[in-house]
Design a binder for this molecule. Structure first.
Ligand code: PEP
Ligand code: CO
Length: 453
């Protein structure tokens, strides 16, 4: 292994000297290199100052003064890309944030899994489709999901498409969040029609009416709400898994103000359950960028490994720098998370804790489709809150896969999606996502847990 960033040798390309899992082999390295050169010449998608602002906001979460909602697609898709789908995802995130803030009284920091969440780690390099064994789909930034051999060949020019789709997505998100769509006076307009008639939708509408009344009351008292920007604009930060390291390297730029390197593909980058080896390439890459970073923590991770990760990713113990996203599964969360949280707490490492109640609860339905049960998702969040309550630590946030569409990918919820309904609207490019109704229901449950805590 080469020397680590701690000895000052970190560079955007230093990960190349470490073992790198889950990366595609580009069939023609010279094409990949030409793409890297083009990416390096393209403008950054986010600015270093924004990433630093997110670190400060996460430090507030770490201190127990705010809660994070990190949410979005499992895998963004080149095929399902439209203004409507971006808008509808944003609507759900805004609705969930309103429910959480109103229900718990705690400010909610919003981070999307969006505008760059294209690369997917996979459990197996191959997939069986009928009689055919195919290279696995690795996300639209690498290959295509159509189950024929030609589609599965990694194509580096897809990195350029991913960049441009991320730029267009981010542009629209910035317009929506700063240009009036996310104004609190629009709180009713975020309730989509298929949600509005449901139990979750009506519960949301009741909160929206109370917010309206509160705003009327404040205006009647002479408060000038037009001058108050938090009512008219929101901050939505972006994030994705830093999996495809040559893409991330090409978008890493030196900040002219501080001389520090920032990965300008998103505000926050994380390493997944399959790539968080402390001596691996992905952790090496994250260790040297100035952005806030995160790591998933699964049921097979030992407390000592987590402490090593804390040392490696946040040696200076800067608050807000490191988020740990526990994805244990409902059966494991109480038993496995408690010793890890305790070890981190006792070592004095400042971390933001998040609960990803999705990835430890995936199973194959009878029809073979991957799914998750809403009760397991809620059950894991409950276990996560219990662990933090017992240890006196702050259950800083949740990390969920969702869509604004009326999909039938996760079972259960108030609308009670049944096994036989899964094929009706199962459109995910990778993992099963909560639909808008299930997402809002989840926000109500989390708000109750926050209030109870
Ligand atoms: C994901 O977040 O989509 C993912 C693959 O998660 P994990 O690394 O926790 O399995
Ligand atoms: Co996923």
């Amino acid at each position: 292994m080469t020397v680590s960033s701690r000895s000052g040798s970190w560079h955007p390309a230093s990960w190349r000297g470490f073992e790198a899992l889950q990366l595609p082999e580009w069939p023609d390295e010279s094409v990949a290199e030409a793409v890297h050169a083009q990416l390096r010449a393209l403008p950054p998608l986010v600015f270093a100052g924004e990433a630093r602002r997110l670190t400060r906001a996460l430090a507030q979460v770490e201190a127990g003064n705010a809660f994070v909602l990190q949410a979005g697609d499992c895998a963004e898709s080149f095929d399902d890309f439209s203004a409507d789908s971006i808008r509808d995802k944003l609507k759900v995130v805004l609705q969930m944030a309103v429910v959480l803030t109103y229900g718990s009284g705690v400010p909610v920091l919003k981070i999307g899994r969006i505008a760059g969440q294209f690369a997917k780690p996979r459990s197996s390099p191959v997939e069986r489709v009928g009689d055919l064994e195919l290279p696995v789909f690795r996300g639209h930034i690498v290959n295509d999901d159509v189950p024929i051999p030609a589609s599965r060949v990694p194509d580096p020019t897809r990195m350029l498409t991913a960049y441009h789709q991320s730029a267009a997505t981010l542009n629209l998100l910035r317009a929506f969040t700063k240009g009036g769509f996310a104004d609190l006076s629009q709180v009713h307009a975020w309730n989509q029609q298929f949600v509005a008639g449901s139990a979750e939708g009506r519960r949301y509408e009741a909160i929206a009416e109370e917010i309206d009344r509160a705003m009327h009351f404040m205006r009647a008292c002479g408060v000038d709400l037009s001058a108050d920007s938090p009512i008219h604009q929101v901050d939505l930060f972006t994030s994705h898994e830093a999996l495809l390291l040559d893409y991330e390297e090409a978008l890493t730029r030196e900040d002219s103000l501080t001389g520090q390197w920032y990965d300008c593909s998103a505000h926050l980058l994380w390493v997944g359950e399959r790539t968080h080896q402390v001596d691996g390439a992905h952790v090496e890459f994250l260790s040297g960028i100035g952005n806030p970073v995160a790591s998933k923590v699964g049921p097979h991770t030992e407390p000592d490994e987590v402490l090593d990760l804390c040392e490696r990713l946040n040696p200076e113990q800067a608050p807000g720098r490191l988020t740990l996203i526990a994805r244990m599964g409902v059966e494991s969360v109480r038993q496995h998370l408690a010793p890890i949280v305790k070890a981190v707490r006792d070592a004095g490492h400042p971390v933001v804790w998040e609960c990803d109640p999705m990835h430890g609860n995936t199973f194959a339905s009878e029809s073979g489709r991957k799914t998750r049960h809403f009760d397991d998702v809620i059950g894991e969040i409950q276990g996560y809150f219990e662990v933090h309550k017992a240890l006196g630590t702050w259950p800083g946030g949740v990390h969920v896969e969702l869509t604004g569409d009326d999909v039938t990918e996760c079972l259960g919820g108030i609308g009670d999606i049944l096994e036989e309904q899964l094929p009706l609207r199962y459109t995910t490019a990778c993992d099963p996502r909560l639909n808008a109704r299930q997402s809002i229901d989840l926000a109500f449950r989390v708000a109750e847990l926050l209030r109870a805590g």
